[in-house]
Design a protein around this ligand. Structure first.
Ligand code: ZN
Length: 323
């Protein structure tokens, strides 16, 4: 039986059920919270129980598994995630890696290939430690590797992260999620590095493809075998609901339902924005938007239930089962 590592230990992939493939529990900027506790309204005493309640509602709405894609750079902390997910009934897949759009944290400026102290890429060993000893040494192993290529593209440091993730993927076999900036067609840059590294794109989920309405670009990515994240439903401030839905409909009509997943890239709390702002600007940006609004709209527009099942269940299972 193939298994996937989750917060509660190995899970039979047959039990993944209905999956939200790209979400976050908390996105916290740790150093700011240490220096200025409560910055942008963060209060773990309040937010952890609130998150638990919200995540219980996600399970009640029919979601069985969420993939929590917060590595270093997004404030991953077991002290926060564990109590927030406890007793919710959700399977939670965690990530390792590093999230930056441009530069690496300071220690990497001095260590690593081509730097003052040179040596091996330090991120390699951090990801290995997570996979070997568990996150924070807990024995809780991440199920996916994460990196990002945003508008700035493959800056020197971003390329170091992406190639590091590629190396650890080859060592460990863990699947990969690459955040991309769809408007800048960064999925193409991702595929180029994967090809150079000899990695099968089918092991990789290209996040945020759903921010694009360019079917030609999306079809090119789908042709590689990569899994396309139509994963920011609710972020209407970036692209309107109707356009996101129409793009998925068009891709389904062209036979690509087997290459997409639907998710929201939502969170229970993020200190990136002043309190209340995201609710005000993007009121549909929450964990239930796909189930409540997106799937009914897709069915209404002629997408079959079978295609919905591919995007919500089968593709995730196949992605995690692929060796
Ligand atoms: Zn995300």
């Amino acid at each position: 039986m193939p298994t996937i590592a989750t917060l509660d230990g190995p899970l039979d992939t047959a039990d993944l059920g209905t999956v939200l493939m790209h979400e976050h529990v908390f996105n916290i900027t740790a150093e700011i919270q240490i220096a200025h506790p409560g910055f942008n309204g963060w209060d773990p005493e309040v937010e952890i129980p609130k998150a638990r309640e919200e995540l219980r509602g996600v399970k009640e709405a029919g979601i069985d598994t969420i993939v929590e894609l917060s590595p270093i750079g997004l404030g991953r902390s077991l002290d926060l995630i564990r109590p927030a997910c406890e007793g919710t009934g959700l399977n939670v897949v965690l990530a390792t890696g590093l999230y930056t759009y441009d530069v690496l944290p300071r220690p990497w400026h001095f260590s690593g290939p081509g730097t003052l102290l040179d040596g091996d890429e330090p991120l390699d060993e951090l990801m290995r430690a997570d996979l070997r000893d568990g996150i924070e040494g807990s024995g809780i192993v991440p199920g996916i590797l994460k990196c990002a290529i945003d508008a700035d593209g493959l800056t020197e440091h971003v390329e170091r992260v992406v190639r590091s993730v590629c190396r650890i993927h080859k060592e460990s076999g863990a699947p990969v999620c690459i955040h991309t900036a769809a408007q800048h067609e960064r999925g193409t840059d991702a595929l180029r590095v994967l090809e150079e590294e000899g990695i099968d794109p089918a092991r990789v989920m290209l996040a945020h493809c759903g921010d694009s309405t360019d079917i030609e670009y999306l079809e090119r990515l789908a042709a590689s075998g990569a899994l396309l994240g139509m994963d920011r439903f609710g972020l209407d401030v970036l692209l309107a609901f109707e356009e996101r839905v129409s793009t998925v409909v068009a891709m389904c009509e062209r036979g690509h339902a087997g290459r997409m997943i639907l998710s929201q890239d939502a969170n229970c709390f993020s200190d990136w924005f002043p309190p209340g702002l995201s609710e005000q600007v993007s009121p549909n940006w929450h964990f239930l938007h796909v189930v409540r609004d997106v799937i009914p709209a897709l069915l209404e527009r002629g997408v079959s239930q079978d295609d919905v099942d591919l995007m919500m269940r089968h593709n995730a299972r196949e992605f995690f089962e692929r060796a």
